[in-house]
Design a protein around this ligand. Structure first.
Ligand SMILES: *[C@@H]1O[C@H](CO)[C@@H](O)[C@H](O)[C@H]1NC(C)=O
Ligand SMILES: *[C@@H]1O[C@H](CO)[C@@H](O)[C@H](O)[C@H]1NC(C)=O
Ligand SMILES: *[C@@H]1O[C@H](CO)[C@@H](O)[C@H](O)[C@H]1NC(C)=O
Ligand SMILES: *[C@@H]1O[C@H](CO)[C@@H](O)[C@H](O)[C@H]1NC(C)=O
Ligand SMILES: *[C@@H]1O[C@H](CO)[C@@H](O)[C@H](O)[C@H]1NC(C)=O
Ligand SMILES: *[C@@H]1O[C@H](CO)[C@@H](O)[C@H](O)[C@H]1NC(C)=O
Ligand SMILES: *[C@@H]1O[C@H](CO)[C@@H](O)[C@H](O)[C@H]1NC(C)=O
Length: 402
């Protein structure tokens, strides 16, 4: 008690002095029109609040001295602003929101390594980033409508959400250190020739790639959610180390696609959708696939299908192809008859306009429907190493289990 009686008055004195000359570094916010305004916080190691660059700011705004911002960094509609620089900011604990900055061409943050959320939208003059240290930590990154050619300077090792869309000049994305995407990664409508490389990405929740011309993810081992490829222009895709997905795997509307390879994939945790890939003539490259938890939905012009280890499709199956190859439907009809496909099986060859079954791809077991196709139960139809004498069950086994 004696000790605290001695201490308390001096604490009270200190805080009253503090309150009288309230520190500019304590925020809650500062609005910057010119670099001179920024100089007023240059002595703050930590600025405890939000920094706002006013829409009327022009030319160059330099925010020097400050090392950390506990709040947001916002600049909206400053259409006369060409450059934002900072020599020492290393962390933005809130959202870095830049939007509608029509002539901003330089973003130079020499010390920045961590940002909670990046939201850059409508920066049509921004062609490159100037981040000497590289942003290594971010929870969420959203970049849309910029002129960026690459995202060099964003050097994340993990991220929850990364969404990069409508950046028409973006041709090259290589995030070497990225190992883990804990919620979702999505690319869409960027440069016509966008090549994406995540050489060390091992684990991802959801992955969506639209309008991409090349994707390289050699280390990808698990996808917790869904993985989808839509309107892409690559010819081949392979995921040599991927063993499972927690959700749907989809390849849709990619006219150049001729093959995909998942040599280690055993389980698709949702549906398996392959549709409208006009040059995909064989659906194979799945030597170990054993389980599809949702529905199987294939529509296109493919002439053959092989999934030698498939033993369990918990949903239904919809297979429609322009091909006249009746063996395909024998295969699926047998798989249904043998209980491998638990839901309704619809299989149609020689179908002029193959259609997907959107309701089926959600997974689960369909309640009603018909099984159609070309199954004639003729064991003389052989496939792969099947013996000509094998019965239906054995034929099926030969096709699906080997
Ligand atoms: C910028 O200004 C335009 C025109 O007033 C407005 O439509 C737009 O929403 C503004 N953008 C932002 C991010 O506030
Ligand atoms: C995948 O993304 C959805 C939102 O689109 C989200 O609800 C879900 O949690 C994500 N999956 C995983 C495994 O994070
Ligand atoms: C991306 O693909 C969609 C179809 O999924 C298409 O409508 C759109 O025009 C494409 N955008 C670009 C920029 O290629
Ligand atoms: C990815 O991050 C999640 C959530 O932080 C974690 O549970 C998982 O183990 C990480 N995976 C890898 C491969 O680092
Ligand atoms: C693929 O997985 C194996 C075994 O886990 C590992 O040794 C190898 O380095 C992985 N390949 C890549 C490119 O990550
Ligand atoms: C495939 O293409 C047809 C015809 O263009 C379209 O109706 C259908 O929705 C497409 N399917 C998918 C899954 O994109
Ligand atoms: C017909 O389909 C079966 C099963 O996928 C395949 O083994 C065979 O090669 C196909 N025949 C032709 C002519 O493509």
């Amino acid at each position: 008690m004696v000790f605290s009686k001695v201490i308390l008055p001096s604490l009270a004195l200190a805080s009253s002095v503090f309150a009288q000359s309230r520190d500019i570094c304590d925020g809650p916010s500062i609005t910057i029109v010119s670099s001179a305004d920024a100089d007023s916080i240059a002595g703050c190691e930590t600025y405890d609040g939000d920094i706002i660059i006013d829409p009327t700011a022009q030319g160059i705004i330099a925010i020097n001295g400050v090392q950390q911002i506990t709040g947001d960094f916002t600049c909206l509609n400053a259409t006369l602003l060409t450059s934002i620089t900072s020599d020492q900011i290393n962390t933005i604990q809130g959202t870095w929101h830049l939007e509608d900055l029509t002539i901003l061409s330089n973003l130079q943050f020499s010390s920045l390594t961590g940002v909670n959320t990046i939201e850059w939208i409508g920066l049509p003059a921004l062609q490159s980033l100037n981040m000497a240290q590289g942003i290594q930590r971010a929870n969420s990154v959203y970049i849309s409508n910029t002129q960026l050619n690459n995202i060099n300077g964003i050097e994340l090792s993990a991220v929850a959400t990364l969404n990069i869309n409508n950046n028409p000049y973006l041709t090259d994305v290589n995030v070497n250190d990225l190992k883990n995407v804990t919620n979702a990664l999505s690319f869409s409508a960027n440069g016509r020739d966008l090549s994406i490389s995540f050489p060390n990405l091992e684990s991802a929740a959801n992955l969506t790639f639209r309008n991409v011309s090349k994707i390289d993810m050699p280390s990808l081992a698990t996808v917790g959610g869904s993985m989808g490829f839509y309107s892409d222009t690559f010819k081949t895709f392979s995921a040599p180390n991927l063993t499972t997905t927690g959700g749907t795997l989809a390849f849709v509307d990619s006219p150049s696609l001729t093959s995909f390879a998942f040599p280690a994939l055993t389980t698709i945790g949702g549906g398996f959708l392959v549709a409208n890939n006009t040059n995909l003539k064989a659906i194979n490259g799945l030597p170990k696939l054993a389980t599809i938890v949702g529905a199987l939905d294939f529509a296109g012009t493919f002439n053959s299908v092989a999934m030698p280890k498939l033993t369990d499709v918990r949903g239904g199956s919809n297979v429609q192809t322009t091909s006249t190859n009746a063996t395909i439907c024998e295969l699926f009809d047998s798989a249904h008859d043998n209980g491998v496909i638990k839901g309704v099986n619809t299989c149609l060859t020689s179908k002029a306009n193959p259609e997907t079954n959107p309701t089926a791809t959600g997974g689960g077991t369909a309640s009603t429907g018909t099984s159609s196709g070309d199954s004639n139960g003729n064991a003389a139809v052989t496939f792969g190493p099947a013996t000509p004498l094998a019965g239906l069950g054995a034929l099926f086994a030969a096709i699906f289990f080997i």
